[in-house]
Design a protein around this ligand. Structure first.
Ligand code: C2O
Ligand code: CU
Length: 462
């Protein structure tokens, strides 16, 4: 397994203006929990793949080789890059077949916590093809300890087909008192949930997860990614508040402290804490799934490696967890709509029991309405969610601003590339500038089931 504590990059790492990597997608087996053996596909034989790191301003050259039996391509999630490097199969490139190779070369931008994953439509993420990509920002405050924390889940593949057909009987497993659980009626038949065999951090479950060693006085930075195929995660470090400085890699207007993070699929948060006393504490993914009690890793000070770590309850009752509204400073009178040249409204629909459709304005990919832009346009996209699940909507190749939620303008809009649109009538608005490279940029729900079932469209530069 790769190491996930991120040592500071040595000076010589910055000497060259190019960083080279080789990524090989290969079949592998691993056992993340007792009795669970996974036939996975991993980059360089590990799940998650290696943490890729460059300093902002450096170029990256990635030689990608596919030694797996599925068709693949690598998407660089959250990067603004040339369209031909975006890795979206069928849109920006042809799939890399078994034995094939593709070279990705670009200048990673913007800086921050990004990630990379498969984007060929054959469940690559669910199989294990994902990893973190850190673009170091020289303007960031220095951390004493930095750690990559990738939350991911191992699916029972026999449930994936049923979830796509809308006939899955896998239960919801959000923690008690979460908005997801509160929105459920006892009669609700979900039909779209994947059944998971293990909930992991960095490829393992507790107590086999790698621990993080810290010292009293340390200021620690966690780069947290939710690489789950379908589930929102609530993340807590027992006994600590987490100070959030970046969302999806982008600095927040005002850093804020929370008792727990709420991380939608594909989102990232940079969360910091100070070590004030000796101890051992669990960093946990909260949920009501008994399996999820294993989704934890230990943070400890020297001498405490054998101590029973402090843990937090698997409930959100009374817990101050992160929301866009809190991080966005509450509400403003109105959205600043200056300069908007294009407006597009999407109704998120579908997902009925026994239906294989998740829709945008009633249609499924590739028949969904697209957004045509010209360079220089300022685009406002409004979502209304009529379904009973939250949707992590993602746009390739751009950073958008979340300006409105459920009818309220945010006082401090958040710069993101993925954002959850709340279930049962929730709304959300993005504004973005069409100033990326010309081409076709996908816009889709990052829940793998919803995406494969059609909740996808594109922004096209014309
Ligand atoms: Cu994280 Cu279409 O991608
Ligand atoms: Cu969705």
């Amino acid at each position: 397994m790769s190491a996930f504590a991120l040592a500071p990059l040595p000076e010589r790492a910055f000497a060259s203006d190019m960083v080279s990597y080789r990524l090989v997608a290969m079949p592998m087996r691993y056992s993340p929990a007792p009795g669970v053996v996974v036939n996975a596909i991993g980059y360089n034989g590990s799940v998650p793949g290696p943490v890729l790191r460059v300093a902002h301003g450096q170029r990256v050259h990635v030689e990608y080789v596919n030694r797996s039996s599925i068709v693949t391509a690598v998407h660089w999630h959250g990067m603004v890059l040339p369209n031909a490097m975006d890795g979206a199969v069928g849109v920006t490139q042809a799939a890399v077949p078994r034995g094939g190779r593709f070279v990705y070369a670009f200048k990673p931008d913007p800086p921050g916590t990004r990630w990379y994953h498969d984007h060929a439509g054959d469940m690559g993420i669910l199989r294990g093809l994902f990893g973190l990509f850190v673009v170091e920002d020289p303007r960031d405050e220095r951390a004493d300890v930095e750690c990559a924390v990738v939350f991911h889940d191992v699916p029972d593949f026999s449930s994936v087909q049923a979830a796509m057909m809308g006939t899955s009987r896998a239960p919801m497993i959000d923690p008690m008192d979460s908005p997801e659980m509160r929105a459920m009626k006892p009669s609700d038949k979900m039909g779209d949930e994947v059944r998971y065999l293990a909930h992991c951090i960095n490829g393992a479950t507790y107590p086999n997860t790698k621990s993080l060693k810290v010292k009293v006085g340390d200021r620690v930075r966690l780069r947290v990614l939710n690489a789950s195929g379908t589930q929102t995660r609530y993340v807590r470090l027992a006994g600590h508040q987490l100070r959030v400085t970046h969302v999806d890699g982008n600095p927040v207007p005002v850093p804020m402290e929370f008792e727990a993070l709420r991380i939608g699929v594909a989102e990232r948060y940079d969360a910091w804490f100070d070590v004030r006393r000796p101890g051992a504490w669990l960093l946990q993914g909260l949920s009501s799934d008994p399996l999820a009690f294993q989704q934890a890793m230990v943070v400890y000070t020297p001498g405490m490696e054998k101590a029973a770590p402090l843990s937090a309850p698997q409930s959100l009752e009374g817990v101050d967890y992160l929301t866009y509204e809190k991080l966005g400073g509450g509400f403003a009178a109105a959205v600043d709509e200056r300069g908007i040249t294009i407006r597009k409204a999407f109704t998120l629909g579908g997902g009925a029991w026994d239906s294989p459709r998740w829709t945008l304005n009633g249609a499924t990919w590739p028949n969904t309405p697209k957004i045509a832009v010209r360079r220089g346009d300022r685009v406002l996209v409004h979502f209304k969610n009529t379904t009973d699940m939250d949707h992590p909507m993602h746009l390739h190749g751009h950073v958008f601003r979340v300006v409105e939620i459920d009818g309220n303008a945010l006082a401090r809009p958040l710069d993101k590339d993925t954002s959850l649109v709340r279930s049962n009538g929730g709304t959300l608005t993005w504004i973005f500038d069409a100033d990326s490279a010309a081409g076709r940029w996908l816009l889709h729900c990052h829940n793998e089931i919803h995406m494969m079932d059609g909740m996808m469209t594109e922004v096209d530069y014309v």
